[in-house]
Design a protein around this ligand. Structure first.
Ligand SMILES: [Zn+2]
Length: 398
C-alpha cells in the first residue's frame, strides 16, 4: 500500500497528534550538568571558549548548583581544577582536594536533593597533563596503564568518602572500572554507582574544555588511550569490558559526531543505561552560531538533545542542561505542545479542534504555558529502563 492511500502527513497535522505519536521524549530528569570548581579562584572565572560557563570557587559551588536545581536539573558532574599539580596527581586523591571539598559542600547544602557525580581522572592534577602515571619506555614516555589503576581506585574512594553518589572514570585505562569497583567495595561503598566513560574518542571537540579544566597534555596526545574516531565496532569491545567489570551506566563521548556509536552501543546493551556526553565543542559551536544569529539557538539545542535521545542515550551530560530544562519547563519546547491542560481552559478561537484538510494547524500552539511542566514519563523509545540514575540509598554510604 502506498500513496495516495498512505499519507504520513496526516499524523503531523496538529500539535496534539504529533505529541501523541512522538517516539522520543525529553525531560529535565534526563540531563546532567557539569560543574567546574577551581581551588584557587576567589570569584567565578568565565571560560572564554564556552560563553556562559564558569569555573566556580569553593564556597560558591553550591550557589551555582542551587541555580541549576531551580531550573529543574538535579544531577551534577563535578570537575576540579587544583591549585597544585605534580607528577603523580596527588591532589586528585587528597581528602582535602578540590573535588572532595566541593562534594562535601554540595552534600551539606543540598542534602539528598541532588545526585552528585564526580569525574575520576588525573589529567587536571598531573604536571604532564596525562590521564595516568607516566613512565619511561624504550625511546619515549608512555602512560603506564597498570601503574595508574591503583590511583584511580584511590581517587574514586576519596570521592565516595566525600559523599559522591556516582563516580565517572574518564581515563580510558584498561581495567579501570574493575579496579574502581573493587576499591569501592573494599571500602564499603557498595552502593556507589560507576558511570563509565566506556567509549571516549580522541576528539577535537574537547578543545574548549581543556581551557576550562586546564588539562591539555604537556607532551604528546591521548591517542594511545582514547579511541580512534575512525572506529565504531571497537566501541562494543570497550562497552563489553566495562559491563563485565561492573559498570552501572555506560557512556559515549562526544555525542553529536558519534550518534551512530550511541545507537550500536544501545542496541548491543539494551539492558544497560547509556549516557552521552555532549562535549564542550558541541556546546561552543552552537553558542557561537547562536550569538551571531546564524541559527535559532533554543530550537537547535533542543533538536540536538532530541537527536542524542533518539540515537539511544538515556541520559545526556550537557552544558546546556539548565537552559534546556528552562525551555522545557516554560513550555518553550519548539517541538511539542504543553503536557497537560488543567480544567477550564478556553478552547482555541474558531472552535474546531479537528485537524483541517491540507495539514494546516488546527490548534494554536500556546507559548509559555505555565502548566506545561514536564511529566516524568518512564522513557521514550530508547529509554525503556528508566532506572539509570537513581541515587544510592542515603543510609548506605560507607
Ligand atoms: Zn583525563
Amino acid at each position: 500500500m502506498g500513496f495516495p492511500t498512505v499519507r504520513p502527513r496526516r499524523l503531523r497535522s496538529s500539535q496534539r497528534l504529533r505529541d501523541m505519536v512522538a517516539e522520543t521524549d525529553l525531560g529535565p530528569e534526563r540531563l546532567i550538568a557539569p560543574i567546574f570548581v577551581q581551588e584557587d579562584a576567589r570569584e567565578p572565572v568565565p571560560v572564554d571558549a564556552m560563553p556562559g560557563v564558569h569555573r566556580w570557587p569553593l564556597g560558591a559551588v553550591h550557589e551555582e548548583a542551587k541555580r541549576i536545581l531551580e531550573e529543574g536539573v538535579d544531577k551534577f558532574l563535578v570537575f576540579g581544577i587544583p591549585a597544585r599539580k605534580d607528577e603523580l596527581g596527588s591532589e586528585a586523591y587528597n581528602p582535602q582536594g578540590v573535588v572532595q571539598r566541593a562534594v562535601r559542600e554540595l552534600r551539606r547544602e543540598l542534602g539528598d536533593r541532588a545526585t552528585i557525580m564526580t569525574d575520576v581522572c588525573m589529567c587536571q592534577y598531573t604536571t604532564h597533563g596525562h590521564c595516568g602515571i607516566v613512565a619511561r619506555g624504550p625511546g619515549s614516555w608512555y602512560v603506564d596503564n597498570d601503574a595508574t589503576l591503583p590511583y584511580m581506585g584511590k581517587i574514586a574512594v576519596s570521592h565516595a568518602e566525600a559523599g559522591a553518589d556516582v563516580v565517572a572514570p574518564s581515563s580510558m585505562m584498561d581495567g579501570v572500572v574493575g579496579q574502581i569497583r573493587r576499591s569501592l567495595d573494599e571500602a564499603g561503598f557498595t552502593n556507589v554507582l560507576i558511570m563509565a566513560y566506556s567509549v571516549k574518542y580522541a576528539s577535537s571537540f574537547y578543545g574548549p574544555f581543556r581551557e576550562a579544566a586546564e588539562s591539555a597534555p604537556a607532551f604528546g596526545d591521548r591517542r594511545t588511550y582514547q579511541m580512534d574516531p575512525r572506529n565504531a565496532a571497537e566501541a562494543l569491545k570497550e562497552a563489553e569490558l566495562d559491563v563485565e567489570e561492573g559498570a552501572d551506566i555506560l557512556m559515549v563521548k562526544p555525542a553529536l559526531p558519534y550518534l551512530d556509536v550511541i545507537r550500536i552501543v544501545k542496541d548491543a546493551f539494551p539492558h544497560y543505561p547509556l549516557a552521552a556526553y555532549s562535549v564542550s565543542g558541541e556546546y561552543s559551536m552552537l553558542r557561537a552560531a547562536g550569538e551571531r544569529g546564524w541559527l535559532d539557538e533554543d530550537r537547535a539545542l533542543l533538536e540536538v538533545l532530541y537527536s542524542i535521545r533518539r540515537a539511544g542515550a538515556d541520559a545526556i551530560i550537557t552544558y546546556y542542561a539548565p537552559r534546556a530544562a528552562r525551555l522545557l519547563r516554560e513550555g518553550r519546547n519548539a517541538f511539542r505542545g504543553p503536557r497537560s491542560h488543567r480544567g477550564g481552559q478556553a478552547p482555541p478561537p474558531g472552535g474546531s479542534q479537528q485537524p483541517r484538510e491540507g495539514g494546516r494547524e488546527a490548534e494554536p500552539v500556546p507559548r509559555g504555558g505555565g502548566q506545561g511542566r514536564q511529566a516524568r514519563h518512564p522513557g521514550g523509545r530508547a529509554g525503556g529502563l528508566g532506572h539509570g540514575l537513581r541515587a544510592p540509598h542515603p543510609g548506605a554510604r560507607g
